[in-house]
Design a binder for this molecule. Structure first.
Ligand code: HEM
Length: 433
């Protein structure tokens, strides 16, 4: 029987890594409320948007009692607490835009936030695992989705987080098939690997279809001008060069990156499976993003990376169907990343250059001028409207192409639309309306 599976004698299992058969990395059925003791948190967290617009969130947080965290017992309680405390933290820091930030997070917020974060193994800042993975409920039996907590930006914010949730959901069949790919390689079973890789490939295509829903549900000027600052962190951020002091936790300021779907475990898994390697600063950033994931999800990615190389298996077998399926899977990942680059162009590059223009001319619609007053300028200052980000994303996309099999590349092939699997159909029925 084939090569030995490194690391463990038992097959890779989702359960061991707290990954759901139905929801993947998404937290199944997140709690919608905390025990009554934490009402002061939830009352503020549910009203962050209104409190920001009346400029009173900081005052409310100063008046908030310092609550002990020991009554939070289950994982789902801790996840909702992290979501609530991180939402309040982002609102507190960015309430007045990037020009009037704070240096200190008050102890009645920072102490419980750091305790909850430590228990979860997560950083004390808003992350993808909060806003997307643990921030949803079904509004009605038809499966319409709703957020638990939100940030300024109205319907576009709802669209942004829920579309990202649909991308995660579309990935689930592919995630499950990773196990079959690995087992197939282990047992030298070419047919099993080919079949499972085909499911991965279809899942990546479904993720791309879900990603495109961004255009329907999210307004670029609202994303850029209103929401984006609330996702910004205090690491390498010129408007908070010293980071943030978490009062009552440590005197030295701490630095953390902001929330981003680069913290989603999905693409990290597919990269490791296909053998895609990201080098240089971009690779270092992506590796650092793994510290912003639930630890068990990070361990799942690491486990995949320790398994015998799928690409070597494909090369060794020299099976035409398997090679074609592998190539197709890589092509779909490249395609997903190209689609993502288009989205970033529309939602960041173009609004950033418009904002720069408006700032220079001081002419424009009143609403538009107001929105850019609060929008972060850090991007504009880094050259032509986010060129740093674009270089990073294009490098990551091009590094994906490096795993194509020599002399056999399907890189330029026209990819047919993948048929929907049962779970993807279910995902498409969970609508946002
Ligand atoms: C309006 C929608 C979106 C915008 C504007 C956007 C923007 C960005 C930006 C600026 C980065 C660079 C890293 C950073 O600054 O954190 C990034 C990285 C990334 N984003 Fe998005 N993103 C969007 C939606 C999504 C969605 C729905 C996903 C799906 C899970 C996603 C997945 C990723 C991944 C995986 C990376 C890391 C780079 C890579 O692996 O290709 N993004 N995104």
């Amino acid at each position: 029987m084939g090569t030995e599976v490194k690391n463990t004698d038992t097959p890779l299992s989702l359960k061991k890594f707290h990954i759901s058969e139905d929801y993947g990395f998404i937290l199944p059925e997140p709690l919608t409320d905390l025990p009554a003791h934490y009402k002061p948190w939830m009352d503020i967290a549910r009203n962050v948007t209104e409190l920001i617009s009346s400029h009173s969130l900081r005052l409310r947080i100063h008046d908030m009692p310092l609550l002990e965290t020991h009554l939070l017992q289950t994982h789902r309680e801790l996840r909702l607490a992290h979501l609530a405390l991180s939402t309040m933290t982002m609102g507190y820091v960015w309430q007045e835009g990037e020009r009037e930030t704070v240096k200190v997070l008050p102890r009645n917020l920072s102490v419980p936030f750091c305790e909850v974060s430590r228990r979860l193994g997560l950083p004390p800042i808003l992350i993808h695992a909060d806003t997307v993975l643990a921030n949803w409920k079904k509004r009605d039996p038809d499966g319409n989705l709703e957020l638990l907590l939100t940030l300024p930006g109205g319907e576009s914010v709802r669209g942004f987080f829920l579309v990202t949730l649909l991308v995660e959901l579309a990935a689930v069949p592919g995630l499950k098939s990773i196990l079959d790919v690995i087992n197939g390689v282990h047992y030298n079973d070419v047919a099993m690997v080919t079949k499972a890789l085909d499911v991965v490939s279809q899942a990546i295509d479904s993720m791309k279809q879900a990603l495109k829903l961004m255009h329907e549900y999210v307004d670029p000027s609202i994303f850029y001008g209103i929401l984006r600052i609330y996702l910004s962190g205090w690491k390498d951020n010129p408007s908070m060069p010293e980071g943030l002091v978490y009062e009552g936790v440590q005197e030295k300021p701490m630095e953390f990156s902001g929330g981003s779907a680069a913290q989603s475990s999905i693409l990290h898994c597919f990269d490791e499976l296909l053998g895609v390697q990201h080098k240089g600063d971009g690779g270092a950033f992506l590796r650092r993003m793994r510290d912003y994931m639930p630890p068990s999800h990070k361990h799942f990615i690491e486990d995949i990376s320790c398994r015998p190389s799928l690409r070597n298996f494909v090369l060794q077998q020299a099976d035409e169907h398997l090679t074609h399926t592998f190539e197709q899977c890589v092509a779909r990942l490249v395609d997903f990343r190209s689609c993502h680059i288009n989205i970033v162009t529309r939602y960041i590059t173009i609004p950033a250059s418009r904002a720069k223009q408006l700032r220079a001319n001081k002419q424009g619609l009143v609403d538009e001028l107001d929105a850019i007053r609060k929008a972060p300028t850090a991007l504009e200052e880094r050259g032509t409207g986010g060129s740093g980000i674009m270089v990073f994303l294009k490098t990551v996309r091009d590094e994906t192409k490096d795993v194509y099999i020599p002399h056999c590349t399907n890189g330029n092939q026209v990819l047919p639309d993948a048929p929907m699997t049962a779970i993807q159909k279910a995902a498409s029925e969970l609508t946002i309306e």
